[in-house]
Design a protein around this ligand. Sequence first.
Ligand SMILES: O=P(O)(O)O[C@@H]1C[C@H](O)[C@@H](CO)O1
Length: 293
Amino acid sequence: MFPDANTGYTYEDCKATADWLLTQTGLSPLVGIVCGSGLGGLADLLKDQVVFNYKDIPNFPQSTVHGHAGRLVFGTLKGRACVCMQGRFHLYEGYPIQKITLPMRIFKLLGVETVLMTNAAGGLNQDFKVGDVMIIKDHLNMPGLAGNNPLSGPNDERFGVRFPCMSDAYDRELQQLALDVGQDLGYGDFLREGVYCVLGGPSFETIAECRMLSKLGADAVGMSTVHEVIVARHCGMRVLALSLITNQAVMDYDSEEKANHEEVLETGKQRAEQLERLISTMVARIEHNNNYV
Ligand SMILES: O=P(O)(O)O[C@@H]1C[C@H](O)[C@@H](CO)O1
């Protein structure tokens, strides 16, 4: 079922899907995880798994991108109840923006309080290297600035307010926790902080576009995450998002580099284990009431 072009999914649609999942799992997760391109291995760490293929979940879209398995995995990570999206949805797959972000509202109705997201991104900041992990502190929402926002359409106050604030989109305590955990694990050398810019994709950026985005203040560029963040914040969940810098954005007309999805997946493979350890250690230190231990 596609959402109505003007109204998106109703609260009742989302509730029906969440209740369907809760009935089958009996597990109400407090932490939701969204895995980026090639980074779905995290879901395999969950214990006592209950797994759903997206195609079997009412209202859910299908994953169409290589590196996004298309499975919703419930289980425990370091003893904490979690739900993990092994594969996300992107605007360029052709879905309405409300459909891409539907899982965030389902997370909320499942009981999730904290969402941890990963993505693969191109590095615009010249100090960044391939393999760096950037803690997202803010975003530039290009589709949003052009009028494509997942909250467009009638607002249901049961989810959140009409005009949600986004200056606190990325939870500062969770960012600090990521830095602390990263230091404890010896990852300080490749942990960065910065601004993520979302574009529609699927074509990678031109050189002129990369130069423009860098001048605008973006440190990394990608094709996801921000839409999910907006919907997650609208309904009151706390968010941490991490970008794995899988490639350097091409900024120079003399460069022979060409962005490609294979390189994105390959870098994901090389850094996956450390990213998984970072997130699972964080999960162990997030308290149920959203304080940190
Ligand atoms: O889901 P993410 O943002 O990790 O996926 C990135 C953006 C494109 O979908 C793809 C390009 O290689 O990876």
